[in-house]
Design a protein around this ligand. Structure first.
Ligand code: ADP
Ligand code: MG
Length: 590
């Protein structure tokens, strides 16, 4: 196993040394060419790590996007005498514009439909390449000028090698930076379910589009490198089969890991090359037999190493980042005066088919209160939470917050208003550490763009977000667990991590859905003490809970629901005496 601290430093020394390899004496030109194709593929595959491995969107059209970059620079440098170096920014503009357009249509689709969408436009673009006179139809564009530095033309494979592999290094570094930034965490948060991400203010369609455009920009750069290395372009390498190969590299290498993309590119390019040599000799005829072999390879990897090969050879741990306790604190909201009306729910209704899950429910919560929402399983408590937090939309009724009508706002708007929540079914991102998960809660308190993240111009702000996440972990008593993978914690503690994430939003109102479930006795006592402290600091809390003992000593008031209807509301002791409550709630528990 490669120790993780070397993995985190892997790109620089290893790849800088690799830049010198072609000049080793006796290095066959053939291997250099193969390494060049590998590098170009690796850049595409690194983009797919972000899009598919991390963002969860499968693209069967990445080779076509490569074509956009390649044809742009080919046309400009051959027919318009534009310097090949300017072909890169031009190609990136074309790719970004194309990807934004294609992405705006496709990324809103989900699952298989999204994959089918990418096939559709990639086939369309492929035939466009093959039929436009300007692009030379099926013959393509020959005689593309090579890159040159100070009149020295980079003609041979060794010179291309340096340019290509510097490109690989830059792509890997930029991607590492992106993934470790506010925008990158938003993309990674898509894996925890877009509901959770949206509940902390992540614009999820935008995060998906960002992943799409980013992957396209890498593919476009790879296309530029390809055109000037190959010195000619034609439609074949930008078709469907090459797209599958790029996807295969990402999946085989380790879909969610940047070094995995490199590993996958090396494996697939090498195996492909060998197979094209061996298979025709075995079968005697020309044919795309390698397609069959790759298909079998893919099934084997998905079967035995569904996370790809990289996690098998390197110890993959969430990245660690030192916390800067000196980082300036983020600005805080002004809390509403204690006792003022905070949340007013009236006539709230939601039905699923014939089932009325929430039936004309009214209740309120004043600033500085802890209110318990209790009731038997299926009473409609979580649905009420979803209606208040914009995860679901009511059929009727209104929700007012700090005097403002927030009914029907999307989850992101609710988060902006200052309402944060936890989920009954924990929604943490398994591939992120505890502190990274918590930092997502501070998404709305940062502003750094993806470009700032890529270029590391966001470090001062990001240190503040991280320090805030660390502070909330201390607040909930989980500072020790900061660098552990979130889902390595016991479920009860994962709920506490969700509370820390919610606190990172600096909420006015905190909605907790069964936070004490799965906690041991002393942990429950600590949680109750924490909630009291929060109340003393001005945070108001609406709490769904099953454990009567836990609720009784803690809440100011109780709202009881049964079969979607409010049964009773009032001070805890009084509600507990209510015969209807005893029958419905305690009766059903017994
Ligand atoms: P509680 O949190 O009080 O246990 P829920 O609000 O989760 O209850 O559920 C209330 C009722 O609504 C249950 O009968 C549940 O099966 C139903 N329900 C909740 N969400 C959905 C949904 N998305 N589709 C259909 N039925 C649902
Ligand atoms: Mg529930």
């Amino acid at each position: 196993m490669i120790p993780s601290r070397f993995v985190s430093l892997w790109p620089l020394p290893a790849l800088l040394a690799a830049l010198l390899v072609p000049w080793l004496p006796g290095m066959p030109a053939f291997w250099v060419t193969l390494a060049n194709y590998t590098g170009i593929s690796a850049i595409v595959a690194i983009g797919l790590v972000v899009l598919t491995g991390i963002g969860g969107m499968t693209s069967f059209g990445q080779a076509t996007i490569l074509g956009l970059g390649a044809y742009t620079t080919a046309v400009l440098s051959k027919y318009y005498d534009v310097s090949p170096w300017l072909g890169l920014p031009a190609g990136l503009v074309v790719t970004a514009a194309g990807a934004a357009l294609l992405g705006a249509i496709t990324v809103r689709l989900s699952g298989h439909y999204l994959a089918l969408g990418t096939i559709a436009w990639s086939v369309g673009l492929y035939y466009t390449f093959a039929n436009l006179d300007l692009l030379g139809r099926n013959d393509g564009i020959p005689g593309i000028p090579p890159l040159s530095i100070l009149d020295v033309k980079l003609l041979d494979g060794r010179a291309s090698f340096s340019v290509i592999w510097i490109g690989v290094i830059l792509a890997a570094l930029a991607t590492n930076n992106l993934l470790d930034s506010r925008a990158g965490r938003a993309i990674r948060a898509l894996r925890g379910g877009s509901v959770a991400a949206a509940s902390f203010g992540v614009d999820t369609p935008r995060a998906r589009l960002l992943a799409f455009v980013y992957a396209a920009l890498l593919a476009g750069s790879a296309g530029w490198l390809y055109a000037h290395m190959q010195r000619s372009v034609n439609p074949t390498p930008f078709g469907f089969y090459p797209s599958i190969q790029y996807l295969l590299m990402t999946v085989i290498g380790g879909a969610a890991h940047v070094p995995g993309a490199l590993l996958g590119a090396i494996l697939v390019t090498t195996v492909n090359d060998r197979l094209q040599d061996i298979l025709p000799r075995l079968f005697g005829a020309r044919g795309n037999y390698e397609t069959i072999v790759f298909g079998m390879l893919l099934i084997a990897v998905l079967q035995w190493a569904p996370n790809g090969l990289w996690p098998l050879i390197a110890r993959v741990r969430p990245r660690r980042r030192p916390i800067r306790p000196d980082a300036a604190r983020l600005p805080l909201r002004t809390m509403p005066p204690a006792g003022s009306a905070l949340l007013e729910v009236s006539g709230l209704r939601r039905s699923f088919g014939g089932l009325v899950a929430v039936n004309d429910v009214d209740f309120g919560l004043a600033a500085g209160e802890i209110v318990g929402l209790i009731g038997p399983n299926g009473a409609g408590k979580s649905t009420t939470f979803n209606l208040v937090t914009g995860v679901d939309t009511p059929n009727a009724g209104r929700v007012r917050f700090q005097g403002r009508d927030i009914t029907g706002l999307p989850a992101r708007g609710i988060a902006e208003a200052g309402i944060a929540r936890t989920f009954q079914h924990v929604k943490l991102v398994p591939t992120m550490s505890v502190i990274e998960n918590v930092a997502i809660g501070a998404h709305l308190r940062g502003h750094a763009s993806a470009i700032a993240g890529l270029l590391r111009l966001d470090r001062a702000e990001d240190a503040r977000l991280y320090a805030e996440a660390a502070r909330q972990l201390v607040r909930v008593g989980l500072a020790e667990a900061a660098d552990r993978p979130a889902t390595a914690l016991p479920l009860g503690q994962q709920r506490i991590v969700e509370i820390a994430r919610a606190l990172c939003l600096d909420p006015v109102l905190l909605l907790l859905d069964e936070p004490a479930a799965g906690l041991r006795h002393h942990e429950k006592a600590e949680l109750a003490a924490l909630l009291r402290r929060l109340r003393a600091e001005g945070v108001s809390i609406l709490l769904v809970e099953h454990d009567m003992e836990f609720v009784m000593g803690l809440v100011d008031r109780l709202v009881v629901m049964d079969f979607g209807t409010k049964l009773a509301e009032g001070p805890a002791e009084q509600v507990r005496q209510d015969p209807r409550v005893i029958e419905a709630y305690l009766g059903s528990v017994a």
